[in-house]
Design a protein around this ligand. Structure first.
Ligand SMILES: [Zn+2]
Length: 143
């Protein structure tokens, strides 16, 4: 038994909000496989519980990029945002200076069909061709 209780809410949040970042974190080749594995665990262990959180933790910790994502999300209770998304909403511009992982989104893109949004953390990041949630090939830049 672990002496530290698993943060079930935080771990599940990380599993859900890692998806738009997977291509950047693990590469395009592995992103779909990782997303599918996470979906399997989220389906199998629903409602969220410690066994599911343990499986998700193993999955995310098996790769360096996703392990960092998990650590970032767990360090941001109760909102559990990835560091890159923390500049998006209701945050004063500038962000926390003591958080080296904090990068403000330079622009935010939204699916024209569903509610999916994609924060463009760097002007060099290519905007996704299709929506990650519904595959709609129409993303528009939010003002
Ligand atoms: Zn969509």
């Amino acid at each position: 038994m672990s002496t530290e209780a698993i943060d079930v809410t935080g771990v599940y949040a990380a599993a859900r909000n890692v998806k738009p970042h997977l291509r950047r974190l693990v590469g395009a080749r592995e992103a779909d496989a990782v997303a599918a594995s996470l979906d399997d665990v989220l389906r199998e262990f629903d409602p969220p519980n410690e066994a599911g959180a343990a499986r998700i933790t193993d999955l995310l910790n098996s790769r360096r990029g996703t392990a960092r994502h998990l650590a970032e999300v767990l360090s941001d209770p109760p909102r559990y945002r990835p560091a890159r998304d923390r500049g998006q909403k209701n945050e004063p511009r500038g962000g926390p200076i003591d958080d080296p992982g904090w990068i403000p989104a330079v622009s935010t893109w939204k699916c024209t069909f569903c509610s999916w949004t994609w924060p463009r953390a760097d002007a060099a990041d290519p905007v996704p061709a299709v929506c990650e949630q519904c595959n709609n090939p129409g993303l528009i830049r939010l003002p």
